[in-house]
Design a protein around this ligand. Structure first.
Ligand code: TSJ
Length: 638
């Protein structure tokens, strides 16, 4: 009797501790999932899916299904062994412990490689803590068992058997807490794109995504793993050879590389560590690049095919490559704010020597391919040197085409010498450009009006840019070079702001310009220096004077607030505002809303650009919404 009482007490103490643990997650969600915006909410999905992926990596199951439910919840199912359903020493079921104790995962983990990019791996309990509802259904030992939670981790219904089945697997359904994730929805596109990447990395696993709300679905299954990934990236390009694949292990670090050159000028390297993308690269990417450059330079030297040596950027022109490394947990090290950069020093050496040795062998065995790549690299070197000379002449003012090179009189420069504070507005149309020039902060704001459509840079070379008046003007205005020579430190502006009409043509120009920056000044995007201005869509006369309205949602709010019908003017373009209005609403740092352009997924963004250049409006809109992560930079109005 006494003993039972004692047990009951410790049980209660433990429950309190548990709730305190989950309460900590609710108090500081950012510590566990990075943020509480859309990205953070998707993090919950990655946490759950990673558990299913771990089960598959350990050799159990080959199927993951994700369902975006109509009620805003999401379901993730796998056909692994099913989470153990036995009783835990605390008197609770194992699933209850796993989903209510922070980091409880550890006790149940298997050895081997885990999916564990920086923030991952904190597990189901964190997701539970941030959900108003979570249900776990387990198929195991001939039974179907289920446990339900509510309000961020309280047990709504303890584990019980709800049926019989011969199948095995785990199904988790959860509804993120709206109080924590305000105005967020799951994105089918974001989830599908990430799952497609996972499917490439886990060959022969099927991943299916179903959106019940919008009736969308996608199913991914690749038999050739990262080779299929490279083929997918190069789908619309002209490859110079079949995909090269090599794999080896050094110092406990498993390295697999798939690579293929095309006749394009673009370089696309995507790297993964334990199946999680390292968006900011790291030691494995450095090792790959070093090994690659060395292999080509050695080959060129030994075969007497080149004078001088090639730069890394020459050797990477037209290259698409996937680097996948698996690193044991004890050697894992991530860096950077979003933990997207591998820090493990041993990875550099392992990838470098595996790349060098395999490529050396490949080049010796495939002379024709080797020469065609070297030919391309040599041309890149020449173009790069010519471009640099031309730029130096411009800077020194000695070039023979200097008159032509100097910025057109349309460019209105900023007088201030503190470049970081200066802003370059790229404005659609001469008339809006004129307004912007007449009413601007002359010290910090420069205006470059753009005429008509911008060149589609998807397939352009540096030479094409030099031949294009519009883009050449942008290059000279920014003054920091182009392509591999671009150096954002040299930029004449801290912010480059694209300002177009809020219509289809305007968004097309935005995409074309973003494509240009993506291809030829990518660090500008990486450094968060590229923005899109958001001109208001409406103005409304109120008793207190004229107010400006950003979008339809805000207009609806104002309609509801107002008692009488509103007098509304719709702006079709920048040109419909006078210079004063344009400055006050869209350019004045105190009132404007700037959206920062961040490419959250370079690989797929480039593919999208291809889709976008078609005539359909819908996919273009989708691209803006899903791929270019326009984040509000400074919204002083709220
Ligand atoms: F945790 C979770 F909710 F995030 C989650 C876990 C979500 C989903 C969709 C799947 C899983 C999950 C966990 N799938 N499979 C597993 N496997 C185990 O937890 C497991 C199974 C069997 C054994 C065993 O030793 O028999 C051990 C483990 C850890």
């Amino acid at each position: 009797m006494v003993k039972v009482m004692a047990n009951k007490n410790t049980y209660d103490e433990k429950s309190i501790k548990i709730l305190e643990g989950l309460e900590a997650v609710r108090k500081r969600p950012g510590m566990y999932i990075g943020s509480t915006d859309k990205r953070g909410m998707h993090h919950l999905v990655w946490e759950i899916v990673d558990n299913a992926i771990d089960e598959i990596i350990n050799g159990y199951g080959d199927y993951i299904k994700i369902i975006l439910q109509k009620d805003g919840s999401i379901t993730v199912a796998d056909n692994g062994r099913g989470v153990p359903i036995g009783m835990h020493e605390s008197g609770k079921s194992t699933p209850e412990v796993i989903y209510t104790v922070l980091h409880a995962g550890g006790k149940f983990e298997n050895s081997g490689y885990k999916v564990s990019g920086g923030l991952h791996g904190v597990g189901g309990s964190v997701v539970n803590a941030l959900s108003t509802k979570m249900e776990v259904t387990i198929y195991r030992e001939g039974k179907i068992s289920q446990i339900k939670f509510k309000n961020g981790g309280e047990v709504a219904s303890p584990l019980k058997t709800i049926g019989e089945s011969k199948k095995t697997g785990t199904i988790v359904n959860f509804l993120p807490d709206k109080e924590i994730f305000k105005n967020c929805n799951f994105s089918f596109t974001t989830i599908s794109e990430r799952m497609q990447e996972s499917a490439f990395l886990l060959s022969n696993v099927t991943i299916e995504i179903i959106d019940e709300e919008d009736n969308l679905n996608a199913k991914y299954h690749y038999e050739k793993g990262i080779n299929s990934f490279v083929e997918y990236i190069n789908e619309n390009k002209n490859p110079l050879h079949n995909v090269i694949n090599f794999k080896n292990t050094k110092n406990d670090i498993e390295v697999e590389i798939a690579m293929q050159y095309t006749d394009s000028y673009n370089e696309q390297i995507i790297s993964f560590v334990n199946n999680v993308k390292t968006a900011d690269g790291g030691t494995h990417e450095v090792g790959f690049k070093t090994g690659l450059t060395k292999a080509f330079n050695d080959y060129a030297k030994n075969n007497n095919v080149l004078k001088g040596s090639l730069d890394g950027s020459d050797v990477r022109e037209g290259l698409s490559a996937i680097i996948s490394v698996r690193i044991p947990e004890n050697l894992l090290q991530f860096e950077g704010q979003t933990k997207g950069k591998l820090g493990t020093p041993e990875a550099r050496n392992a990838v470098e020597s595996i790349t060098y040795e395999n490529l050396k062998f490949f080049l010796e065995e495939n002379k024709e391919v080797a020469l065609s790549i070297l030919d391309k690299a040599a041309k890149s070197k020449l173009a790069r040197e010519a471009a640099r000379k031309a730029r130096e002449q411009v800077r020194k003012g000695t070039g023979k085409n200097n008159k032509e090179r100097i910025l057109s009189e349309k460019f209105a420069k900023a007088t201030g010498k503190n470049y970081a504070l200066n802003e370059l507005f790229l404005v659609e149309g001469d008339s809006a450009g004129g307004s912007a020039k007449s009413n601007r902060n002359r010290e910090t704001q420069a205006i470059l009006p753009l005429r008509g459509k911008v060149l589609n840079c998807e397939k352009a070379s540096a030479k094409d840019i030099e031949a294009n008046a519009e883009l050449r003007q942008i290059e000279y205005a920014i003054g920091a070079g182009l392509g591999p020579d671009f150096d954002y430190h040299e930029s004449n502006f801290g912010k480059v702001i694209i300002m177009t009409d809020a219509d289809v043509d305007g968004s097309h120009i935005q995409i074309l310009l973003i494509t240009f920056f993506y291809r030829f000044m990518r660090p500008l995007i990486e450094q968060g220096m590229l923005y899109v201005a958001t001109p208001p869509l409406y103005s409304v006369e109120t008793s207190k004077g004229k107010i400006y309205i950003a979008d339809d949602e805000e207009l609806e709010e104002k309609r509801k607030e107002a008692k009488a019908p509103l007098k509304i003017q719709r702006f079709k373009g920048l040109g419909e505002m006078d210079a004063d209005e344009l400055y006050e609403t869209t350019m004045n740092p105190l009132n404007r809303r700037l959206l920062r352009v961040t490419l959250n997924d370079a690989a797929i963004a480039e593919k999208r650009i291809h889709v976008l250049m078609g005539d359909e409006v819908a996919p273009r809109k989708e691209w803006i919404n899903e791929n270019v992560d326009f984040t509000l930079e400074d919204d002083f109005r709220k």
